[in-house]
Design a protein around this ligand. Structure first.
Ligand SMILES: Nc1ncnc2c1ncn2[C@@H]1O[C@H](COP(=O)(O)OP(=O)(O)OP(=O)(O)O)[C@@H](O)[C@H]1O
Ligand SMILES: [Mg+2]
Length: 260
């Protein structure tokens, strides 16, 4: 069975793609077969972080009947990348039948991968809710700011009320310490669980790190680096990845990857 994990947030720019890419690479380093679906259609950028040249994208799958096996990129990191298309206006506003087509189109990968990581678009749009709820685990990336709390809450509320989704994991990014991250998680959890009957798990944290920023500029994910200066950050990514491996997937009601 393929494990499917969405990385979502509500607020944009909080580190979803960085976490999706490095979690996928960490899983791959652990020996798992991993695909990363860049579901930020039209504004996809996971390929940039992986330093991967992209020839075809989901646009070709939707418009020209190209199969997922033909658009997939075997990146040097070991992760199979399903590119979402960048600078493609047509992909920005896909309707739900096109989203359904994309979810169905991934099906042939079932025997080729152990994990599908989905880098979800920011916000509480239908696209982010549908792609997240099609996964057995949803990770919400949070930063310790009221705006992030508000947007993450709105996202979780929509996921719960519209899709009956009942559990999310939270990664706190841009924190000064594990203690501060755990405190942010606890206060967020108390807000969410006051209003919604949803289980919330702390899946780990990341510090504010110039090394992570530089890894994007140099297009080399820190999870691929053996540099001593990346050791601590990689410990955080390993912890997050292990938490996700050990988190039991939900039985999804409705459209789900690999159940079509
Ligand atoms: N822990 C961190 N330390 C320092 N910089 C970070 C960290 N996490 C993310 N960033 C920086 O924040 C910016 C946004 O990161 P990223 O693209 O991963 O976010 P995103 O949530 O995917 O954004 P979008 O919503 O636009 O898709 C990048 O410039 C990245 O370098
Ligand atoms: Mg992103």
């Amino acid at each position: 069975m393929v494990r499917t994990i969405a990385i979502a947030s509500g607020k944009g720019g909080v580190g979803k793609t960085s976490i999706a890419v490095n979690t996928a690479v960490t899983l791959s380093k652990m020996g798992h077969r991993v695909a990363l679906l860049d579901a930020d259609f039209g504004m996809a950028n996971a390929h940039i972080m992986l330093d991967q040249k992209v020839e075809l994208s989901l646009q070709d799958l939707l418009e020209n009947d190209v199969s997922v096996e033909n658009i997939i990129c075997e990146t040097s990191s070991g992760v199979k990348l399903i590119p979402g298309g960048s600078g493609v206006i047509e992909l920005l506003n896909l309707d739900s039948s096109k989203r359904w087509e994309i979810i169905q189109s991934i099906q042939p990968l079932e025997s080729q991968i152990d994990y599908l990581i989905v880098d979800a678009p920011a916000g509480g749009s239908d696209a982010s809710i549908e792609f997240a709820s099609a996964c057995g685990n949803v990770v919400v990336v949070l930063v310790g700011e009221p705006t992030s709390f508000m947007d993450a809450y709105s996202f979780i509320k929509a996921l719960h009320l519209e899709k009956d989704y009942s559990r999310v994991s939270v990664v706190v990014n841009l924190s000064n310490s594990e203690h501060e991250a755990a405190k942010s998680f606890e206060s967020f959890k108390s807000i969410v669980t006051k209003f919604l009957d949803i289980e919330m798990n702390f899946a780990g944290w990341l510090p504010t790190s110039k090394e992570l920023k530089n890894s994007i500029i140099s297009r080399k994910p820190v999870a691929l680096s053996k540099s001593p200066s990346h050791r601590l950050l990689n410990k955080n990514f390993t912890n997050i990845t292990e938490m996700l491996i050990n988190s039991k997937p939900l039985t999804v009601n409705g459209i789900e990857f690999f159940k079509v």
